[in-house]
Design a protein around this ligand. Structure first.
Ligand code: F6P
Length: 319
């Protein structure tokens, strides 16, 4: 039996531990693991190689992905999907593990509706925006990168009378922003899921400033597209000199945390175990309420991830 693993879309810390576990575990089960390089682009271009133990030795602690990734435009054309399918056939690969996010799973859903496939997707994105799972690989590491940056920014913020606005990633999802705000004690958090209506907050912050507040930490999710508006509000309405830090791609880097390594191992074992005994089954591995499971890809891609209610409640407390 031949298995293959590939990454698609934005890389996430935890991909390398998953790739290592995949190769070791597939060999342990008496099957052959293949590596697909460069994501869906590489699948189209037949960048496929039988894995050796040395390919995956010494990679577990590294961020990114040793097999690289891509955002493929070509894969949205039928002729390239057909090429990709025949490449899998040529190598005798009948079991596929895909580490990716929402966009990659949509692409896989189209692929699986046209060709006979058998794959399991492992949610891997720092955005934590995939329906059906409470956790995606990379999130804990990204949150720790943001936490570290915020702790440092707070050091300088507290030494001046200034507001600091920090923009974090997350695409259209406010998960990274809201959790980062909670754990760093930010005064302001703006996410795409909630309208920014700062009337009450303006009054509260001004009262606090009269009572000695001399700095403000504001976290803005990139997906809200409110960075300029919040900056102007802090400067003009709140009346505090303001600095902006856009954290950008450093949030996607860094050695995977203990949690991301353990989650990578568990997700990978669930995926391989399922593929070992199933054919023509296209699922996503999920982690829900403390338990691992599998979900139909249609359900995952046709529903939108919602932020947990208790996180939105925490946002109300900040506002
Ligand atoms: O999906 C992960 C992510 O890092 C998002 O948070 C961000 O919006 C996007 O990818 C950036 O994409 P790229 O690396 O293609 O610029």
């Amino acid at each position: 039996m031949s298995f293959a693993i590939m990454c698609s879309g934005g890389d996430a810390p935890g991909m390398n531990p998953a790739i290592k576990k995949f190769v070791d575990y597939v060999y342990k089960k008496g099957s052959t693991p293949y590596l697909i390089y460069d994501g869906l682009e590489g699948l189209i271009d037949k960048k496929i190689k039988k894995a050796t133990h040395s390919d995956v030795s010494g990679i577990l602690h590294n961020g990114g992905t040793i097999i690289r990734s891509s955002r493929s435009k070509r894969f949205f054309e039928h002729s390239y999907r057909m090429q990709a399918y025949y490449n899998l056939k040529e190598f005798g690969i009948t079991k596929l593990v895909v580490l990716g996010g929402d966009g990659s799973f949509r692409a896989m859903q189209i692929f699986s509706s046209e060709f006979e496939l058998n794959f399991v997707g492992i949610p891997s994105t720092i955005d934590n925006d995939i329906y059906g799972t409470d956790y995606c690989l990379g999130v804990d590491t990204a949150l720790n990168v943001i936490r570290d940056a915020l702790d440092k920014i707070r050091d300088t913020a507290s030494s001046f009378s200034r507001a600091f606005l920090v923009e974090v990633m997350g695409r259209d999802c406010g998960y990274l922003a809201i959790v980062s705000s909670m754990i760093s004690g930010a005064e302001v958090c703006v996410v795409p899921e909630v309208a920014f209506e700062p009337k009450e907050l303006t009054k509260r912050l001004k009262d606090e400033m009269q009572n000695g507040r001399n700095y403000i930490l504001a976290i803005v999710a990139e997906g809200s597209k409110k960075t300029t508006e919040v900056f102007n509000w802090l400067q003009d309405d709140i009346g505090m000199e303001t600095r902006v830090s856009i954290l950008g791609h450093i949030q996607r880097g860094g050695n995977p945390t203990v949690y991301d390594r353990l989650m990578a191992f568990d997700f990978t074992i669930i995926a391989v175990d399922h593929l070992l005994v199933n054919n023509n089954s296209n699922k996503i591995a999920v982690y829900k309420k403390g338990e691992f499971g599998l979900m139909e890809i249609e359900d995952v891609v046709s529903n939108k991830y919602q932020l947990p209610k208790h996180y939105l409640d925490a946002l109300n407390l900040l506002d």
